[in-house]
Design a protein around this ligand. Sequence first.
Ligand code: AMP
Ligand code: MG
Length: 518
Amino acid sequence: MKLHLKNTFIEANPADSNLENTRRQVFEAAYSFVTPKRTKKPELIHVSEEMLANLGISREESNSELFLKVVTGNEVYPNTKPYAMAYGGHQFGHWAGQLGDGRAINLFEVEHQKQNWKVQLKGAGETPYSRSGDGLAVLRSSIREYLCSEAMHYLGVPTTRALSLSLTGDDVLRDMLYDGNSAYEKGAIVARVSPSFLRFGNYELFAVRNDLKNLKNLTDYTINTYFPDLGKPSKETYIKFFEKVAIKTLDLIMHWQRVGFVHGVMNTDNMSILGLTIDYGPYGWLEGFDFGWTPNTTDRQHKRYRYGNQPSIGLWNLYQLANALYPLIDEAAPLEAILEQYKSDYGTKSLIMMKEKLGLSTADEKDPYLIKDLEDLLQIIETDMTIFFRLLSGYADDSDIQEILNTSVYNKEELVEEIEDRWKEWFQRYHNRLEKESLSKTERKAQMDAVNPKYVLRNYMAQMAIDKADEGDYSLISEFFEMLKKPYDEQPEYEHWFAKRPEWARTKVGCSMLSCSS
Ligand code: AMP
Ligand code: MG
């Protein structure tokens, strides 16, 4: 295994001079060198072939002892210096101080086919940023991150990627429900990969500490590396950089809204500077369409990170980033203008997104009402988002309504006459509206099916894969991994996964609500 290594991040940014692995506040440094923990009995569960290829690693090499040892932290790849990054963050609306890579360790940078990737282990042991945690991860949360991050990529949603999923052979103590009942779970490590793992919180930490030298250094590095087209760093470039981040963040959230993904912990330490989905924790997929739904038990009371609030939280988080970058710009008006622009772009982009889901490509001033009424109807009784939108592309006339509703509504007894009538009325309006479109029915169906996935990683499906894996059976992980590579294709062999959440999953832990414990 011969990797083409680079060191752009560690060369351009200052390292913590303390080389001890003790928990501490780290100042005037962007990262600390740290060595992953050795594990008892490392075992590879799954690898992403596409990510292997992206990194220039052959299938054969991935079967080697060296690969296994590297992706489980048991061997440091020659001539590399693993490190954990320093960042802070606003958690649930409040500044939380220094956080950092408490259980993520960056192994190295690989450059292959002109693309630069950072490879990082999640769950490879303590770092100076571990605070009260153990730096480890359990199998359950690792399966969720591994499967979902690759699935998101194939859905066309910007995301960090995953290279491998492994067992460490060590047991990890977790209080899954935060109810005082701790239990040992299998330890696991995901090797995840991204052009960058920088978060809003990396910039915030320097700004809060008034470390303007390092704030500027990190921002310049980010612009030079990821936004070279903006030109040489200057006040103007910092403004344009912020604008780019705002656009990427909104575009990302529009994708989440389109596919029904709820991140669950949109703290600023979990917001990628490149607009990627990052840190798969207590995320969830909408089953019943519901703007008020959050998968995260920690957020049950205020539902700050509920589905319908994700676009506003994106804006709130951008305010925090604007505050952090302000000292480099020294002028509030251009930053405020970009934040204002986010609001109006949100209106425009969400309308476009919803119109695409409905197969509407021409303009009609009444479309916002058609959409609003649909969203209301979808929420009166529990109606499966994925199934409803997928079946909508097959709608032709009145005779199809019953089947669409019967397949997507959870409790058919709730589908009383009054509600059915309202649906019929809505479909009549939709029918009339479609007549103003120029595409043939077949063309429209193809376009709609390309934005309304048939298969997503439903919460109960991930849990089924976890339960089997706990018993040493990884077949469902492989099955879902393959199926989710083509989420927009019909794939008749997987038709049984195009189904509503079964009733047993409604209240089962891990299937509807999740804790942050991972
Ligand atoms: P998260 O909510 O998972 O994004 O994590 C928030 C912060 O807690 C980050 O700084 C993580 O590195 C840290 N953290 C989460 N779990 C652990 C753990 N088991 N050990 C050490 N740090 C952790
Ligand atoms: Mg995080």
